[in-house]
Ligand binder design. Structure first.
Ligand SMILES: [Ca+2]
Ligand SMILES: [Ca+2]
Length: 211
C-alpha cells in the first residue's frame, strides 16, 4: 500500500514537473513584477522625466525563471482621460496610437524599464483605479492606475494643472490622474508631490500625443 502511494505520489510529481516544463517561457502574472500605479510624464530638452515616471516590469514564468525578450505592452485604451505620446523619445519602444499601447522587450534578465510620455486632458470622463493594463506576450500582469502631473496636456507641468488638480480634489470623486503617491486617495500629500514635481522642471514640455 505504502509502495502504491509512493508510486502515485511520484507519478503526480512527474506530472507537475511536465506541466511546469510546458509552461516554461510563458509569463506568469503571479511570479512577475509589475506596478499597480504608474505616472505618465513630460520631458525637458527632449529628455523624458524618468525620475518622476520610470517603472520596471520583470517577467517570470510559472517556474519563477525570468523571461528574456518578452514583449511587454502597456495598454491605455481603458483610460479615457490619459493620452500617450506619439513619439516616446525612446528607440526601444513601439507606440501604437490606434490601440493606445506602448511596448518594449525585456532584456536578458527579463527586465524592461519604461518612462512613458503622456498627459491628461479635460476628457469629461475620468478614470478611477486600474484603467491601464500591462501584458507580457499577451498575458495580463497588472492593471495599473495612471497618474499625470500634466492635467491639461499643454505647456508641460504648469499653473493651469494646479488649478485642475484643485478642481478635481474639490469634487471628492477619486480620479487616478491626481494620485501621485499611489495610495488610492487624493489628498494634500498628492498636492505636495505636484508642487515638488513642478519645481523640478523635468516635465516642462508636453509630448505630442496620439489622437
Ligand atoms: Ca499643463
Ligand atoms: Ca494619493
Amino acid at each position: 500500500m505504502t509502495r502504491l502511494i509512493t508510486k502515485a505520489a511520484l507519478l503526480s510529481a512527474c506530472g507537475m514537473l511536465v506541466a511546469v516544463a510546458a509552461m516554461a517561457g510563458v509569463p506568469s502574472a503571479g511570479n512577475s513584477t509589475s506596478p499597480a500605479f504608474i505616472r505618465v510624464v513630460g520631458s525637458a530638452s527632449s529628455v523624458p522625466d524618468s525620475i518622476a515616471g520610470k517603472f520596471t516590469v520583470i517577467v517570470r514564468d510559472l517556474g519563477n525563471a525570468t523571461i528574456a525578450n518578452s514583449f511587454v505592452t502597456v495598454d491605455f485604451s481603458g483610460c479615457p482621460d490619459i493620452k500617450i505620446g506619439s513619439n516616446q523619445l525612446n528607440a526601444n519602444y513601439t507606440t501604437n496610437c490606434t490601440n493606445r499601447t506602448v511596448g518594449a522587450y525585456t532584456n536578458a534578465s527579463g527586465v524592461v524599464g519604461f518612462t512613458l510620455l503622456g498627459s491628461s486632458w479635460t476628457a469629461g470622463t475620468y478614470a478611477a483605479l486600474s484603467c491601464a493594463k500591462i501584458f507580457a506576450d499577451g498575458t495580463a500582469l497588472t492593471s495599473p492606475t495612471v497618474a499625470s502631473f500634466d492635467l491639461d496636456g499643454a505647456g508641460g507641468v504648469n499653473a493651469s494643472d494646479l488649478s485642475l488638480w484643485l478642481g478635481d480634489n474639490g469634487t471628492h470623486i477619486y480620479r487616478g490622474r491626481d494620485d501621485y503617491d499611489a495610495n488610492a486617495l487624493v489628498n494634500a500629500a498628492d498636492l505636495s508631490l505636484w508642487l515638488g514635481e513642478n519645481g523640478t522642471h523635468r516635465s516642462s514640455a508636453t509630448a505630442a500625443v496620439c489622437p
